[in-house]
Design a protein around this ligand. Structure first.
Ligand code: PMV
Length: 366
């Protein structure tokens, strides 16, 4: 795999001080990634909708260190302070430090700077919405802004590609949080330009029915997950159904690619719900086994099925690695479905909380 392309060239310019702010979104997978090999290489291709309202805003202030040349030797620790929602957060630092270690080969310039990172999420912390995708993609974009300042020959296309590559090394699904409205991550024979190393925007014309597709996230359980996705991915190593699942996911990418182009919503609903339930079936059949859905997750799923039948609707659900339910539907159904959610589904959410979101276009520089 061609990772050498991502090793930054020695900088042409010398920059003393810089500051960049990026807003990057969360994403929701339609065909799921579950199972990987080192270093963060997915076992199958996945496709996600890029979200809009669920995002992270991150500013990184870079201050060049006086002994910059000497600290650029590998093996040194990257020097940074981290503030989350205005408060210093020591407990978040190890994960970010680990991320910097993983990317040091590709961004050696970070050793030359002291970084101060300020980050905030648009969604409540511990809402059960994974912040790793938006959080790591925001840091990756700030690093790429500095790299661009150091070497202005980089193209926008390369910047996005490398940002996705870097974000992936922090959290696999973060590779799909740079662009939009649909991103494919993982090499797939029928998706031109796809790669295991970074996400690419879905390369074919998307049917207009998917414009401004809606995602209402029902916050069933805001608590910390009992099983982290790292542990979950690892349990796919000796999983009896793993190979069949990886094959099925790749076939589903082929099917979904056609659906996204022809706008067949009935087929979309069927495929997306099947993917969500299969992801959780992999958890149920892991050893040790685990369940991330809660009773209210199932209550909501049944209500969605009832509503769909009674109203000839194209509403459907998908699930992340957690109990929350993402309710997906076309924009033209917005009024009716939002009423249904408020009247019949909100009561299954913790404190009646849910977040209305829309499919969107990815990272924005502020
Ligand atoms: O990016 P990770 O390691 O947190 O894994 C995410 C896995 C799922 O959210 C369950 C599926 C996906 O493709 O996003």
């Amino acid at each position: 795999m061609d990772t050498a392309q991502f090793i930054s060239k020695s900088s042409i310019k010398s920059i003393e001080k810089a500051s960049f702010t990026w807003q990057t979104p969360s994403n929701i997978a339609l065909v799921k990634y579950w199972g990987k090999s080192n270093p963060q290489i997915p076992k199958n291709a996945s496709i996600s909708f890029t979200l809009n309202n669920c995002h992270t805003i991150t500013t990184i202030d870079f201050q060049r260190k006086s002994n910059a040349d000497r600290v650029s030797e590998t093996g040194k620790l990257v020097d940074f302070d981290l503030f989350f929602e205005g408060k210093r957060k020591e407990e978040f630092k190890p994960k970010i430090a680990e991320f910097f270690t993983r990317i040091q080969e590709y961004c050696p310039f970070v050793f030359g700077y002291k970084m101060t990172i300020h980050s905030e999420n648009s969604f409540p912390h511990s809402s059960g919405i994974a912040s790793s995708a938006s959080g790591l993609s925001a840091i990756a974009m700030c690093l790429m802004s500095l790299e661009f300042k150091l070497n202005s020959e980089l193209s926008q296309e390369f910047i996005n590609k490398k940002a996705s590559f870097l974000a992936r090394l922090g959290s696999g699904s973060a590779s799909r949080s740079i662009e939009g409205p649909l991103v494919v991550w993982g090499k797939h024979s029928e998706i031109e330009g796809s790669s295991d190393l970074f996400g690419v925007p879905f390369p074919y014309k998307i049917h207009s029915v998917f414009n401004k597709y809606q995602d209402v996230i029902l916050l069933v359980d805001k608590g910390e997950k009992q099983v982290s996705s790292t542990v979950g991915h690892n349990l796919m190593h000796n999983h009896p159904y793993a190979e069949t699942r990886f094959k099925q996911a790749n076939e589903n990418v082929t099917k979904l690619s056609k659906i996204l182009q022809n706008g067949n919503l009935k087929a979309f609903v069927n495929l997306v719900e099947s993917e969500a339930l299969t992801l959780h079936a992999m958890m149920l059949t892991s050893n040790p086994y685990f369940i991330l859905m809660k009773p209210n997750t199932l209550e909501i799923i049944n209500k969605i099925w009832e509503y769909r039948l009674e109203n000839n609707s194209n509403i459907c659900f998908t699930l992340d690695a957690g109990a929350n339910v993402h309710v997906l539907f076309p924009e033209e159904e917005k009024e009716n479905v939002c009423q249904f959610i408020e009247n019949q589904l909100a009561k299954y959410c913790q404190k009646n909380h849910y977040i209305c979101d829309t499919v969107s276009f990815g990272a924005t520089k502020l």
